[in-house]
Design a protein around this ligand. Sequence first.
Ligand SMILES: [Mn+2]
Length: 356
Amino acid sequence: MSDINQIILFSSIFRILEFSKEFVFMKPNLLQEKFLKLDSLLRQKNNFLLVVHPSPDADALGSAFALQKYIASLADKKTPKKTEIYSVNEPSENLKSLFNLKKISTDLNLSNKEVIIFLDRGDVYEKLGFPEKIKQLTQPPKIVNIDHHPQTNIKEALNIRAVSASSTSEIIFRFLEKIDFPLDPEIAQYLLNGIWFDTGGFKHNNTSPEVLEIAGQLVRKGASIGKVYRALSADKSVNVLKLWGLAIERVRINKKTGMAVSYLTKKDLEKYNVSVQELDSSKLSELLNTIADTKFSLMLTEREGNKIKASLRSEVYKKVDVAKIAQMFNGGGHKLASGFEIEGKIKATKNGLLIE
Ligand SMILES: [Mn+2]
C-alpha cells in the first residue's frame, strides 16, 4: 500500500530547474548532415517500417503519415516503395478524422524490412524488445530514431534527435524543408496535427517563435487549425464532461508540495460508459494544472488489468520537473508533461489517496 502524497513528499525530487530559454534548434549543422543521411537512406532502400509508440498520439502519427507520404513520393515504376506503420495497440478513435487509422498495423511484421524508423519515442526500441527481435533476422535492418524526447538515444541507430524541438513533427518539417520537398495540403495537415497536439494548441512553453512560423507555413500550404482543434479538443460527449466534472469535484490540493491531485476509477468510467481514450486524462491533468497557487497536477485513472495511469503536468513558472516524478515510478516524458503507470486500485480516504 502506498500513499501518493507521502511518496511525493518524502522524495527529494523537487529540484528547481533552470528552464532553458533557448529555443534554438540543437546543433543545427549536425542535424542538417543527419537529414541528408536520412534522405539517402530513404532513396536507397525500398521496404520500411515506421514504429510509433504505444497509444500513439497526433505527433507520433503526424510524423509517421508525413514521412510515409514523402517516402511514397520517391517511388517510381521500377522501384515501388513499401512503408508500413506499426503500433503495438489501436490508436485512439478521436484521431480517425485526422489520420486513416486503417493504414496502421498492430501486427509486427519484420520480414524483408530494410529500414526501421522509430518516431516520437526512441525508448520504445528497448521497451518493445526490438534488439532481440532484430537479432533473429538474417538481414539486419538499418535503425533510425527521430525524436524530441530526452534520453531516448538508440546506440545502433541513426539518431535524429532534437530535445529543443516542440515535436517530432517539427523535426520532420525541418527535414522536408532541408531537402526542399514541396508540402501538399495533406502532409501540411499531418505535421500541423502533431505540432498542435504537442504544444497543447500553441499554449505550452515549447511554442517557440519558430513553431509559430512553421505553423504559419503549414496553414499557408493548406492545413487547418480548426480541423485539428475540433478533432482533439472539441467534439466531447456530455458524459466525458460529466466525468471531468467529477474529477474536478474530487480534486485535493497538497499545500506542502503544491500538487493538485484527482482520480477516476474504472467504475466511474463504466457508469458513464466512457472509454479511457475518450476520457483523455492528460487533458484533464492540464485542466487541474490551471488551478491557482498549485505547482503541478497529478491525474490518476484506473485502467484495465489492475493498472493506474498517472498523468503529470506543470508550467515553466511553477518550476517543477514532473519528469523526475514520473521517473521515480518508471515512467517518463518531458519536464512539464509526463506520466507513469502503477499497479493497484485507487482508494480515497480522509487523509489522501491510497493505492492498494
Ligand atoms: Mn511528441
